[in-house]
Design a protein around this ligand. Structure first.
Ligand code: A4P
Ligand code: MG
Length: 185
């Protein structure tokens, strides 16, 4: 039996019932044998779009921590399947989406294949990823030994584009946005 590895998954969406889609995604991970060990608050964020692209609706973003015996590639395959089940259509890049699941970190692995880049290429620059990651695991380590909180601290404005923080979105208790927020617990 391979040893379980800690990984962090970013969740985002700006179409439909996104928080319900997040909760369903965590349940689907558990059902597939991936242990969800924590989830950050949900953050409502201004859509980041490249300069020439049209404006987009606000996003909800969060990050969850998992423990899994799957390989990075197997975990990505599961994430893509969960996205599909949530009704995600890949029409064009930057299009509004019901659910985007990105693998941020897989232990301290650095990887670059046609299908998967680790750490996720957007990790270091995005407050909507680093804010929830640092709430959950400020000491999460990157392949180069840097900690998540150092990346957040290096941003010119760590709260850029963050409009609202919603604790307890998963448990419904109003203040459950900690490592204790475990689906199925
Ligand atoms: N891929 C490679 N590495 C990874 C990884 N670490 N995790 C490949 C997940 N996927 C990875 O992704 C395209 C392909 O990337 C996957 O099939 C996988 O093989 P995708 O999800 O189909 O494409 P996408 O999400 O439309 O493009 P991309 O480049 O992932 O978009 P981004 O950069 O994630 O941007 N604004 C706010 N406020 N919040 C957001 O969450 N998200 C986006 C999407 C734009 N603006 C946003 C947000
Ligand atoms: Mg994606």
């Amino acid at each position: 039996m391979p040893e379980a590895v800690r990984a962090y998954i970013a969740m985002g969406g700006n179409q439909g019932g996104v928080l319900a889609a997040f909760a369903a995604a965590l349940a689907a991970l558990e059902q597939a044998g991936v242990r969800v060990v924590g989830a950050a608050s949900a953050y409502r964020t201004v859509a980041w779009v490249p300069p020439a692209a049209p404006a987009a609706p606000d996003y909800w973003n969060t990050v969850c921590a998992v423990e899994t015996t799957r390989s990075p590639d197997q975990l990505l395959t599961l994430l893509l399947a969960i996205e599909r089940r949530a009704g995600r259509e890949r029409r064009q890049r930057w299009a509004a989406r019901t659910l985007d699941l990105d693998l941020l970190l897989y232990d301290t692995l650095a990887l670059q294949t046609p299908r998967l880049t680790l750490p996720h290429r957007g990790l270091a620059a995005r407050p909507f990823v680093l804010r929830p990651l640092c709430e959950l695991a400020p000491d999460a380590m990157l392949p180069d030994g840097k900690r998540a909180r150092e990346l957040l601290g290096a941003l010119a404005d760590p709260d850029a584009g963050i409009l609202e923080r919603r604790r307890g979105w998963l448990s419904g208790d109003g203040d459950g946005a900690t490592a204790a927020a475990q689906p199925g617990a």
